[in-house]
Design a protein around this ligand. Structure first.
Ligand code: SF4
Length: 354
């Protein structure tokens, strides 16, 4: 197990990052050796007050990544450094303090029992982290919790409502209040915005953005819906099969994704420019299907590119070599042997990309 944290700089994380994750691997004994780790050599950073959207389908590894950063999953290999501290090297007491500086929202707000204790009044739910962390004098705790409920849009008159009686959006508001009542430096959201209906989802995403601004807080938003991440994130990280396959700014990812899986994910998100949209229709490049290997009986990611069984650009090399996450000079970090962008394609309608 490699949990030391030498001081050498790592080019794959943003400078002066609040969170630095380097070469993180997380696995469970129940998985066979042919399946590959749940999180496989993930490296990335989150800067102060940045929102990073982590996008991928079920099995992407985003949930496990969130758990590891929160100090809830393990053992893992690699490095997680938060606010200058090596998370793997923390004592039990330090982990207790670490959890106070990271807010976590998990569960499905549309399912009353999944997210919060249903029979507890919302004020008690939001007061609880203050009590556990002994964050302020006892007499001030309820006032701090009331202020935080107000911040997320739950009026004082509803402080005694039980969480099981709330609508999903308000249940998420309370979960957010509980997560930020200690004023953490980083908020982790594990797919909890996804189950909301579209209008509530838009409100919730706006609230997350506002909380980040008002509390000077960074956020990692894990989601299966790329539109959620594009709505509020500064940068987008795409994961597939436990691996980080592309990282780029929101604008670059939206207008010019590089990895074929990013294209697949973003295909349903319309581009503002019609000429760019027309170029995008030219990707992914339709490679030689005869070169694509047969899909395996189980997900197999230990050899070659884990996306190759779905990839229209797959070549023989893709079955032999795991593509490393590198910067090909396109404004992205991408893990693909044959990265391509809309910019590089000939326009199917002539002229330049708009
Ligand atoms: S490495 Fe090969 S299979 Fe994997 S995404 Fe790139 S082109 Fe597709």
């Amino acid at each position: 197990m490699r949990n030391s944290f030498p001081d050498e700089p790592d080019h794959r994380v943003a400078p002066a990052a609040l969170l630095e994750v380097d070469d993180l691997c997380l696995d469970t004994p129940s998985r066979g050796p042919e399946e590959g780790p749940l999180v496989d050599h993930a490296s990335f950073g989150v800067s102060a007050q940045e929102i990073l959207g982590v996008v991928g389908e079920e099995g992407s590894g985003a949930t496990e990544l969130v758990s590891a950063i929160a100090g809830l999953a393990g053992p893992w290999e690699g490095r997680v450094r938060f606010d200058g501290l090596n998370v793997a090297g923390l004592t039990r007491k330090e982990i207790h303090a670490h959890r106070a500086r990271i807010g976590l929202v998990t569960g499905n707000p549309a399912s009353p029992k999944d997210m919060l204790p249903t029979s507890m009044p919302v004020l008690d739910i939001v007061t609880e982290p203050l009590r556990i962390q002994r964050a302020c004098p006892r007499r001030e705790r309820r006032n701090r919790a009331r202020d935080t409920l107000d911040l997320v849009g739950i009026e004082e008159t509803r402080a005694q409502v039980r969480s099981g009686d709330l609508i999903p959006l308000d249940r998420l508001r309370v979960a957010l209040a509980r997560a930020v009542v200690l004023r953490p430096r980083l908020l982790l959201i594990d797919h909890s915005v996804d189950p909301l209906e579209p209008r509530s989802r838009a409100i919730a995403l706006g609230l997350v953005r506002r909380l980040g601004d008002e509390l000077s807080m960074s956020c990692l938003l894990a989601t299966t819906h790329p539109a959620n991440a594009l709505e509020i994130s500064d940068r987008i990280m795409v994961m597939f099969g436990g691996r980080v396959v592309e990282v780029a700014s929101r604008e670059v990812m939206l207008e010019n994704p590089c990895h074929p899986y990013s294209y697949e994910l973003l295909a349903g998100v319309p581009l503002p420019s019609p000429s760019r949209e027309a170029r995008r229709q030219g990707l992914p490049v339709d490679g030689d299907a005869s070169l694509r290997p047969e899909p395996p009986a189980v997900r197999e990611t230990t050899q070659g590119c884990g996306y190759r069984h779905r990839c229209p650009r797959a070549q023989n090399r893709c079955a032999l070599e795991v593509p490393a996450l590198t910067d090909p000079g396109l404004g992205h970090e991408v893990a693909c042997h044959f990265p391509e962008t809309i910019e590089r394609l000939p326009s199917p309608v002539g002229g330049q990309a708009g």
